[in-house]
Design a protein around this ligand. Sequence first.
Ligand SMILES: C[C@H](O)[C@H](O)[C@H]1CNC2=NC(N)=NC(=O)C2=N1
Length: 120
Amino acid sequence: MHNKIVKIASSALTGGKLLEKLKPLVHWEAQWDASRTKCLGITREVTFKDYETTWAFLTRVSMRSHLWGHHPLIHTSYTWVKLELRTHDTEPKDTDKGQLSDIDVRMAKRIDSYIDDGTR
Ligand SMILES: C[C@H](O)[C@H](O)[C@H]1CNC2=NC(N)=NC(=O)C2=N1
């Protein structure tokens, strides 16, 4: 069965739901707006044991991003990787800055599973 791209609808996370969803993401740092009520996105940094492992990880992330139609901002240098997640097209419509949505949380958990599977 070939994988097909199924764009997953995203809904902005606010209030108690936002805090509930952020709690398990212990390796991710949240960026807050000035009022500290809106999460503008989350970031995670990780360093891998070698270049080959780094790009095996990034290949998995890129393939999953393509399948889900949701793409982290990826910074990398040799074995260092920084990933940022935010959603621009949330419902309700958000400012162009974007904010955290449920698909960001889903992608963060999937990224954590790639990091945690012992290949670091
Ligand atoms: C049209 C396209 O599906 C949208 O622009 C998607 C693409 N990938 C995306 N990736 C991320 N991280 N956030 C988005 O809001 C987003 N939107």
